[in-house]
Design a protein around this ligand. Structure first.
Ligand SMILES: [Zn+2]
Length: 272
């Protein structure tokens, strides 16, 4: 089920002037990974979205999922050079376990530089697939681990794979979160929202892909209605395909297309 069909998520809506981008990995070398970006491109994008957001009086947030080491090594310095801070969503159980994941000392350094830390679950499991006990463990354990390790309050979560529903939202509230970041571009649509209790905010994000055009990102950061609607439609089409073929089928389909020499490394939107 999608968030749209969920009747009673106890959430409320942030002002429309918040524009949020989500990033994953950075690499100096050429990559076919659609979510991996060269640092020069990132710097270029930061300048463009920052200008666009400022000119139109939009609040801009730069976020990072998965705590890949390249975020600390390549992206954070560029953010800091631009006088900006970001929110880094960390899968707590990956730190100190996966070599490509930032270390606790890396993440400490981010906090000291003024960046914020949020949870990205404990094991990066899709929360909509978790039975209640596992869901609670993903949410509570990750928050507690991050808070204990870093000595800061963690109130935000980016849901792995962008998956959430009313049960996930309620569990996030119960686990002490006040902000749930999704992968759906733009502010949360009105039908996702129920009683405005001011407890849990659903934050829409544009997840940046390698080949996204600079003017697309700038239009999004400027709150352009048409650009946002287009990006949202594209996202919803992708979700519809995932529901049709299932998560595993979708991954397999994408991998097969990426292996094909006639396909570009961009996600095959032509199919969606
Ligand atoms: Zn992730």
């Amino acid at each position: 089920m999608t968030s749209h069909s969920m009747p009673h998520a106890p959430v409320h809506r942030r002002p429309l002037d918040r524009r949020v981008l989500g990033y994953h990995e950075f690499s100096q070398s050429d990559s076919r990974d659609v979510y991996q970006l060269a640092p020069e491109r990132f710097a270029e994008q930061l300048a463009a979205v920052r200008t666009a957001a400022m000119q139109t009086n939009h609040e801009l947030e730069i976020t990072f999922d998965d705590a890949h080491r390249s975020q600390v090594e390549l992206a954070a310095p560029l953010l800091e050079q631009a006088g900006m801070t970001g929110i880094f969503f960390v899968p707590a159980g990956w730190v100190g376990v996966r070599p490509q994941t930032a270390s606790w000392s890396d993440i400490h350094a981010l906090v000291r530089s003024g960046h914020s830390i949020g949870s990205h679950g404990q094991t990066h499991s899709l929360l909509t697939h978790c039975p209640p006990a596992a869901l609670e463990a993903e949410l509570v354990r990750s928050r507690k681990t991050l808070e204990d390790q870093l000595g800061c309050v963690v109130q935000s979560i980016s849901v792995p794979g962008g998956r959430w529903n009313a049960a996930v939202a309620s569990a996030c509230l119960a686990a002490g979160y006040s902000q749930l970041y999704t992968s759906q571009p733009g502010p949360a649509p009105a039908q996702d929202l129920a009683e405005p209790q001011g407890l849990l905010t659903i934050v829409g994000r544009l997840i940046v892909r390698r080949r996204m055009a600079l003017n697309t990102l700038a239009s999004y950061a400027a709150g352009n209605w048409l650009a946002t609607a287009h990006l949202r439609t594209e996202y919803q089409a992708k979700q519809a395909l995932k529901r049709l073929v299932g998560d595993v089928g979708y991954q397999a389909l994408w991998r097969r297309l990426l292996r094909s020499p006639v396909q570009s490394a961009e996600e095959p939107t032509v199919l969606l």
